[in-house]
Design a protein around this ligand. Structure first.
Ligand code: GLN
Length: 496
């Protein structure tokens, strides 16, 4: 079997036993990048030489008898919203084109310390704003299941790289669904850790009270291994939680749900959902029951107001965060010909450097925060946020995890929603509550939709710092579906 078909854990075992070297593993994946990336456009930047250099260093350390971490030598694709000292970092925006950060993000640094081999930086919606990767200032990424469709977003380059067997692992960030939704529509696993469980230091900020780094993988155990490798307390991030990382790897190895109380979120199903998505969701409910879980319906009435609250809070924070792109400190500078004032240069640069969706968010956020409107919009949205957190707390008095479809539809065609922001925003209907409340949530594949044969994701939500529950239930679903269908869901990336 070719090396690119293997999981991260399998590759790590092969390297640990000396059957293959990290250089061979890296080369195989670089060959796959060359073969497949022209079709899917997952990467903004690939540095083959630097990757081989990292692999050689791992091989040398292993040869010297050093004890290496469980993912040493495994290739990874890194979302281009994390700073990297040795590679450009654009956040998918023209305003940062060619920018070389002076430091590594904490997530980047921990990937390196774990011995992961970073092949390159992946495409995303500009500043992580979007659900399709079409808002990238560079090019859209394509879904490996159907090249005419989106890979989800904003972490669409990372989801496409893993679904297309280009890398076994990748990183993402989830502010409103940007890990779980792309994972769902490309048939892979994507986890949003508890807010504060993974560091934001060196992550280019979109909405600081929501932004959460997390892993993508083709199976639950690989995702847990990556989660463990880069999460945990970071004194450089003021909202980082000073607590041990929940036992996610242990949980992924114990796929047992007997006696577990599972709540189906009543508000998330029915109208507006694709029938094939609902069918696979109902299969998942039956499956969990057959495994001994006690499934009950739970009402979370405030969840229906999460989307409008998010589209006040996230743009408000973004309008403030993106003020730093002032033409003076980073990247692009337009019109600085010695005749214009700093203010004029700033206006010209921001007009040229930001795309339409980013401008829309800055305007919405600036309006929502302006005096006279602050209480009516931002203040009100913060109250809704509290109600959502209370709904979660009440639900977790009755059940151990909550489940829903990850996203209402399968991957949509490129271009279909590009001019309809509301339709685009609806992709995150079910994922946003966990962001607003800071809870842990995962998406795992649960089959293919009847109408179009495209992947469907099951979302499993857990309490704050209950990340291990997501992995335990996710692993149980994965294992049961594997034996039912005689093999992993994503045997092939059909379009490649
Ligand atoms: N799609 C949502 C948005 O556009 C979520 C993005 C994200 O999680 N980064 O804001």
């Amino acid at each position: 079997m070719s090396l690119t078909r293997k999981s991260a854990a399998e590759l790590a075992a092969l390297m640990a036993s000396g059957e293959v070297s990290a250089v061979e593993v890296t080369q195989a994946h670089l060959d796959r990048v060359a073969e497949v990336d022209p079709k899917i456009n997952a990467f903004l930047h690939v540095d083959a030489e630097a990757a081989l250099e990292q692999a050689r260093a791992i091989d040398a350390r292993r040869a010297a008898g050093e004890e290496l971490g469980p993912l040493a030598g495994v290739p990874i694709a890194h979302k281009d919203v994390f700073t990297t000292i040795d590679m450009p970092t654009t956040a998918g925006s023209r305003i940062l084109e060619g920018w070389r950060p002076p430091y590594d993000a904490t997530v980047t640094r921990r990937l390196r310390e774990a011995g992961l081999v970073i092949l390159g930086k992946t495409n995303l919606d500009e500043f992580a704003m979007g659900s399709s990767t079409e808002n990238s200032a560079y090019f859209p990424t394509r879904n490996p299941w159907d090249l005419s469709r989106v890979p989800g977003g904003s972490s669409g380059g990372s989801s496409a790289a893993v679904a297309g067997y280009v890398t076994p692992l990748s990183t993402g960030t989830d502010t409103g669904g940007s890990i779980r939704q792309p994972a769902a529509v490309t048939g892979i696993v994507g986890m949003k850790p508890t807010y504060g469980g993974s560091s934001r230091y060196g992550l280019i900020a979109f909405a600081s009270s929501l932004d959460t780094p997390g892993p993508f993988a083709r199976n639950v155990l690989d995702a847990a291994l990556l989660h463990e490798a880069f999460s945990g307390h970071d004194p450089l991030d003021s909202t980082s939680i000073d607590a041990p990382v929940p036992p996610v790897v242990e949980a992924a190895r114990h796929p047992d749900v007997a006696g577990l109380r599972v709540g189906v979120v009543k508000e998330f199903a029915g109208e507006g959902y694709q029938q094939g998505v609902l069918n696979r969701f109902h299969d998942s409910v039956e499956l969990l029951e057959s495994l001994g879980a006690k499934v009950v319906e739970v009402s979370c009435p405030s969840f229906t107001t999460a989307l409008p609250a998010y589209y006040l809070i996230a743009p408000s924070e973004c309008s403030s965060n993106l003020a730093r792109f002032d033409a003076m400190r980073y990247g692009l500078r337009v019109g600085d010909d010695g005749t214009r004032s700093a203010e004029e240069v700033m206006a010209l640069t921001r007009a040229a450097g930001f795309g339409p969706e980013v401008k829309r968010r800055i305007m919405l956020g600036t309006y929502a925060l302006s005096s006279g409107y602050y209480d009516a919009y931002y203040g009100q949205a913060q109250k809704v946020r509290t109600l959502i957190a209370r709904d979660f707390e009440a639900a977790f008095q009755q059940v151990d995890v909550l489940i829903s479809p990850t996203t209402p539809t399968t991957a949509f065609p490129i271009g279909e929603r590009a001019d309809d922001p509301m339709a685009m925003y609806l992709a995150d209907l079910c994922t946003i509550p966990a962001n607003l409340a800071g809870n842990a949530a995962i998406s795992v594949p649960c089959g293919l939709a009847d109408e179009d044969g495209l992947p469907v994701g099951l979302q499993i939500m857990a309490p704050v710092l209950g990340d291990d529950r997501c992995y335990r239930v996710g692993a149980a679903v994965e294992k049961a579906f594997e034996s039912r269908w005689n093999g992993p869901l994503l045997k092939e990336a059909p379009a490649l």
